[in-house]
Design a protein around this ligand. Structure first.
Ligand code: ADP
Ligand code: 3PG
Ligand code: MG
Length: 406
């Protein structure tokens, strides 16, 4: 993967450079960007190109807009990248032009009037179904807008779409951007030979999405701290009553296998010893801190929503001793302040360990850490969700594979 062209290998002066960015950011009903991490992280590549007198044409997606089967249905305006152009303009401090079409005469016209050292953002490439189908004709139409290609959309690098992969067949040189390089350096480089103890915190909502990464990380990690909804599938696998907690029933056997493998390999695989339970997922409702054992689990009609007070102390002690920390997935429903305590205390413990390299990945985990005001105390915040996990698992990412080898 590292034998790919990088931005600095390209001769970009006076060229039209097509840059794929991941501007898939949360936007509220008023049209304001709620978390602009991904936009801010793309600035170094954009600024470099502007300084080099390139014409910067940005391609991006937002959400997962779907038309009717026949392609006729209107796409709601909430999927438009227009608010992102405005936000980028503020961050950049210079004008950002917006093309309401990503291909065809409208986009071609917008490109043709560009001055050197200016930026144009194309409308959401997913307005065309051909984007996700990696359709060659669509890829060619995008490629026609530029002379060179740069992929800086790390968060979408696990997708083999027209603007992330197919397009490279129609341009002479395709390189990775500065953000892409940085992400690979951390997630592959730093985690290749991590300093030990190497501790992994895994939470979030879907065991099935993250089970592959547990297996892969068992090769390297010394300690796993399990939280979030994921914990309940493991707790169930050990025979503990989980009542209404979110459990993926078809993953219980796999959870048993993973626990057994951890035991066999002497990996510390910690599950919560207590948790916060509720009868309703909303703020200001009664909660209890219950101890988890095979004789006393979660009471009937209650649901686990956060790690408990004892678990927070045990996990924080482990975090304090680690030299490398990888965190993916909040350990509770942190969106509701009453259930955010576990995630907050682990974030504080990670922030307090100044001798460890700490890497936070996953959209919701990053949002949580930012919400607590602790982001600047982490070594690295990844802009990738699925992409970062696939990279850590050792999978090849189509958005990187498609770039020009050197
Ligand atoms: P990330 O985006 O960091 O990869 P995920 O998308 O896998 O994380 O999961 C984040 C979601 O998991 C959050 O919306 C959070 O509310 C939810 N979650 C955490 N703990 C629980 C729990 N005990 N029960 C249900 N959902 C949970
Ligand atoms: C993400 O938000 O993880 C990336 O932008 C990819 O989006 P997708 O899962 O809709 O392809
Ligand atoms: Mg998420």
């Amino acid at each position: 993967m590292n034998s790919k062209l990088t931005l600095l290998d390209l001769n970009v002066a006076h060229k039209r450079v097509l840059v794929r960015v991941d501007f898939n950011v949360p936007i509220n009903e008023q049209g304001d960007v709620v978390d602009d991490t991904r936009i801010a992280e793309a600035l170094p590549t954009i600024r470099y190109l502007l300084e080099q007198h390139a014409k910067v044409i940005l391609m991006a997606h937002l959400g997962r807009p779907k038309r009717g089967v026949d392609g006729t249905k209107e796409i709601p305006s909430k999927y438009s990248l227009a608010p992102v152009a405005k936000h980028l303009e503020k961050l950049l401090g210079s004008p950002v032009h917006f093309s309401p079409e990503s291909i065809g005469p409208v986009a071609e016209q917008a490109v043709s009037v560009m001055q050197e050292g200016t930026v144009l953002l194309l409308e959401n490439v997913r307005f065309h179904q051909e984007e996700e189908a990696n359709d060659p004709t669509f890829a060619k139409a995008l490629a026609a807008l530029g002379d060179l290609y740069v992929n800086d959309a790390f968060g979408a690098a696990h997708r083999a779409h027209a603007s992330t992969a197919g397009i490279t067949a129609y341009l002479p040189q395709s390189a990775m951007g500065l953000l892409m390089q940085k992400e690979i350096q951390y997630l592959q480089g730093e985690l290749k030979n991590p300093e030990h103890p190497f501790l992994v915190i895994l939470g979030g909502s879907k065991v099935s999405d993250k089970i592959g990464v547990i297996k892969a990380l068992m090769e390297k990690a010394d300690t796993f701290l399990i939280g979030g909804a994921m914990a309940y599938t493991f707790l169930k696998a050990t025979g503990i009553e989980t009542a209404l907690s979110r459990v993926e029933a078809d993953k219980i056997d796999l959870a048993k296998d993973l626990l057994e493998e951890a035991r066999r390999r002497s990996i510390r695989f910690l599950l919560p010893t207590d948790c916060i339970v509720t009868q309703s997922i909303q703020a200001s409702v009664p909660t209890k801190n219950v101890t988890l054992s095979t004789t006393a689990g979660i009471p009937e009609d209650w649901e686990g929503v956060d790690i408990g007070l004892e678990t927070r102390l045990i996990y924080a002690r482990e975090i304090a001793q680690a030299k490398t920390i990888l965190w993916n997935g909040p350990v509770g429903i942190f969106e509701i302040p009453d259930f955010a305590g576990g995630t907050r205390s682990l974030a504080e413990a990670v922030a307090a360990n100044r001798s460890a390299l700490s890497i936070i990945g996953g959209g919701d985990s990053v949002t949580a850490v930012k919400q607590f005001g602790l982001a600047s105390l982490m070594s690295f915040i990844s802009t990738g969700g699925g992409a970062s996990l696939e990279l850590i698992e050792g999978k090849e990412l189509p958005g990187i594979v498609a770039l020009t080898s050197c």
